[in-house]
Every structure is written in C-alpha cells, then in structure tokens.
Design a protein. Structure first.
Length: 150
C-alpha cells in the first residue's frame, strides 16, 4: 500500500511540474508576442514621424521658394522688366508644396496605423489562457471583428 501512495505522489508531483513548465512557457510566449506587437507599432510611429519631418522640410523649402518668387514678382512689378524669372520659382514652390502635402498624408497614415502601441494579440491570448484555465468550457480564439481596424 505504501508503494502505491509513493507512486501516486510522484505522478502528482510530475503533473504539477509539467503544468508549471507549460504555464511558464505560455507566459514567456505571451511576453514575446507583446514585445513583437509593440515593436511593430513603434516602428510605424517612427516611420510616420520621419515622413512627417520630410513633409515639413518640403514645406519649408516650398515657403522659401514662394517667398523668393514673390520677391521677384514685386521687383518685376516695380521695374517693369520683360523677363519673368519669378514664374519658375513659383512653379517650383507649388511642386514642393504638393510633395509636402503627399508626404504629410503618408505620414498621417503611418501614425494612424501605429497609435496606440498596445499589444492587442497578446492581450487576447492572455484572456483566452485565463478563461481556459479558470473555466470548464475553454474559450476559443475569434477572428477579427467586422469593422475592426488592425
């Protein structure tokens, strides 16, 4: 009888050790998933910030050319010279403003996709693990909801 109790105790101890190892593995995997998600979102935010800075640079240069063109236009109106060098500067300024607007739009899209940098997949997996451990009816993963953005 004593031998049977020792066997039961060792099997129970082994089962507890297996559960502990599995739980530790799950926690480590969830942490890695959360890190990966946050890194992906922060990368999008940084990309959006860089493109936004580029948009600002285009806008500053466009403003410089626009002001330079206005200076040439004023000079021409005062002097009445036949040459029109201001028109080229004005065209360059308009093109720089257009490129700046496009870059700002792209930056907005990157920033919008990256905010807020929360690990949604890891949170969902953690919820599923908690429900599986604490209930008789384990939760099953659900696909993305209609209208939900990623």
């Amino acid at each position: 009888m004593a031998d049977n109790t020792d066997t039961d105790t060792s099997e129970l101890g082994q089962a507890i050790q297996d559960i502990t190892e599995t739980a530790t593995l799950l926690i480590r995997e969830e942490i890695e998933l959360a890190k990966t998600e946050v890194i992906a979102k922060v990368t999008k935010l940084i990309t959006g910030a860089v493109v936004g800075i580029i948009a600002g640079i285009f806008a500053v240069f466009g403003l410089i050319y626009f002001l330079h063109a206005m200076a040439w236009l004023i000079w021409e109106l005062i002097e009445g010279d036949v040459n029109s060098p201001w028109l080229g500067y004005l065209i360059v300024a308009v093109l720089l403003f257009v490129f700046g607007a496009l870059a700002a739009f792209v930056a907005y899209r990157f920033v919008k996709r990256g905010v807020p940098p929360t690990p949604q997949m890891a949170i969902e997996e953690g919820r599923l693990i908690k429900e599986t451990v604490s209930s008789a009816h384990p939760a099953t993963p659900q696909g993305p909801r209609e209208g939900a953005s990623t």
